[in-house]
Design a binder for this molecule. Sequence first.
Ligand SMILES: CC(C)(COP(=O)(O)OP(=O)(O)OC[C@H]1O[C@@H](n2cnc3c(N)ncnc32)[C@H](O)[C@@H]1OP(=O)(O)O)[C@@H](O)C(=O)NCCC(=O)NCCS
Length: 171
Amino acid sequence: MTGNRGRPSRGRFCDPAVMEILIRPARDEDRPAVLALAARLAEGVASWRDPEAAVDAARQWLDTSLDPARERRGEVFVAVADEQQVVGVVSVNEQRHFTGAMEAYVGDLAVAPAAVRAGVGRRLMTAAEDWARRQGLRHLTLETAAANTTAQRFYTALGYGEESIRYTRVL
Ligand SMILES: CC(C)(COP(=O)(O)OP(=O)(O)OC[C@H]1O[C@@H](n2cnc3c(N)ncnc32)[C@H](O)[C@@H]1OP(=O)(O)O)[C@@H](O)C(=O)NCCC(=O)NCCS
């Protein structure tokens, strides 16, 4: 669960010569910075949905994921720039697929606007995948909005394949 703790490695946030990105499990003191990233999770929300409700829901999911007393098996990892500034977050949990198999599920992934395209998202997903492997899980799954083409390009670049498509009709 804490395999990335204390293992800093270089990232490319801002100036690669001076900035260092560390991926580690989230701590209680990260909570305000992590919750501030929740606004990113309304990206691509369908026009028929309430964007504020989407942000509120994301904030609640992250808040619950950070609760040390939570019952679900999971982990939250943060990306920290220069050992102080949280610039990304991913939450991963274990859930049961309808076939009965247990799998890992990434509920939240967000990178601060100032830190995108620097490899932070990729490294957060690697942390989530490593966590899933340590649990003995064979699949990691997630959902994203149909309009979130950035996320779709990102997951495709990381090797994820489409598994299901969700349709909605506004009544
Ligand atoms: C999606 C998101 C997490 C990507 O994070 P990131 O740190 O910018 O991604 P990375 O720098 O690790 O990108 C890895 C690869 O993904 C692809 N990629 C990422 N952003 C892309 C974009 N805007 N357009 C095209 N390809 C993109 C590229 O192949 C990239 O590799 P490269 O930079 O070497 O070309 C980030 O844009 C984000 O937080 N978006 C808002 C929240 C969100 O949509 N979360 C996902 C909801 S399910």
